[in-house]
Write a protein that binds this ligand. Structure first.
Ligand SMILES: [Zn+2]
Length: 340
């Protein structure tokens, strides 16, 4: 029996020396250590050994089993390391090959400009409010001092959904909604889509506005110009200035058109500014006292300023886009030019 054990130990050692891969390792395990392998088979043969010799033989078989198992474990580690090393060697990266690049996405020019406007005003403490796109006549016109049959209603070609409901023509609706919801001091920006029945190279039936509203004690036109100066300098560069011209809007009194000094020619005159040195960028004014009263804010105590920025107009000026339709056609050759 001892001779058989010795022979098996020698054979196992010789076989193990041949193990170089996972496959040969597995067949080694199958041959010697599995349930039907040669080492467990020795255990079964123990029954045929003389009772006197049995304990010594059992011990010898157990020692063999432990040695073969330990050798097998060591071989498994060796095989794994060798395979890993081989794979690493095979997968060496050639850093001189040109990289595989994927096209990266970017923000839409309107989103870029919207974010820039919000950044400029957020720095001055403005909060963001977004109102509904389907509005009633009351919020869009009547309480903004544009009663029914008022000629100012002709200034905006409205999409009506019913007698009372319409697609908002201006984000000024946000003025009424914030003044209904909050008491002064109020400082909000209202970005959003607006709708008018109008379409040409500079008008789209759907476009974007950003309304600004400040209501507090002692607010006046100087505050408006000061804030707009900060805004235009953030967007168009630190040299630009603003200029206010008298205008008319029903919801502000006095009302102004705001011009920015031409950032292309710095006031010398060019085609962008139509050789005037100034570019009209937005409208605003001091909130009409009637509008404050319509929102139960006492105009004897509080005053306000409001302004409305056309986001497409700012984007077209800033990026030199001459047709508003380009911004809604989803042409990647156009949109791909606005990475920041
Ligand atoms: Zn110019």
């Amino acid at each position: 029996m001892q001779a058989i054990i010795d022979e098996l130990a020698r054979q196992a050692e010789a076989d193990l020396a041949q193990v170089t891969s996972k496959e040969t390792l597995a067949s080694f395990w199958q041959k010697y250590l599995s349930k039907n392998g040669q080492v467990p088979a020795l255990m079964k043969n123990l029954r045929t050994v003389d009772a006197a010799e049995r304990p010594a033989m059992g011990k010898a078989i157990n020692e063999l089993k432990q040695k073969v198992q330990a050798d097998y474990d060591a071989a498994a580690v060796r095989v794994n390391q060798a395979e890993l090393a081989a794979r690493n060697a095979a997968e060496t990266v050639d850093i001189t090959l040109p990289a595989k690049t994927r096209p990266t996405g970017g923000l839409h020019p309107l989103t870029l400009v919207r974010n820039q406007i919000i950044d400029a005003f957020a720095g001055m403490g403005f909060e963001i409010y977004e109102g509904p796109e389907i509005e009633d006549d009351d919020h869009c016109f009547t309480r903004l001092n544009v009663p029914k049959d008022h000629p100012a209603r002709d200034m905006q070609d409205t999409f009506y959904l019913s007698d009372e409901l319409l697609l908002r023509t201006q984000t000024s609706t946000g003025q009424i909604r914030t003044m209904d919801a909050e008491r002064p001091p109020i400082k909000v920006l209202v970005p959003g889509r607006v709708f008018r029945s109008d379409s040409d190279a500079t008008h789209s039936p759907m476009f974007h506005q950003m309304e600004g509203l400040v209501v507090d004690k002692g607010i006046n036109l100087c505050d408006l110009q000061g804030m707009l100066d900060v805004f235009v300098q953030k967007l168009f560069g630190s040299e630009v200035r603003t200029r206010l011209r008298p205008s008319y809007f029903p919801f502000t009194e006095p009302s102004v058109e705001v011009d920015v000094s031409c950032f292309e020619c710095h006031g010398k005159g060019c085609s962008l500014c139509k050789h005037t040195g100034w570019i009209e960028i937005l409208g605003g004014g001091v909130v009409n006292q009637k509008v404050l009263r319509n929102c139960n804010i006492d105009p004897e105590v509080y005053s306000g300023i409001a302004f409305g920025i056309g986001i497409e107009r700012i984007a077209m000026l800033k990026y030199g886009i001459n047709n508003i339709g380009l911004m809604f056609e989803n042409d990647l050759r156009f949109l791909g030019q606005f990475h920041e």
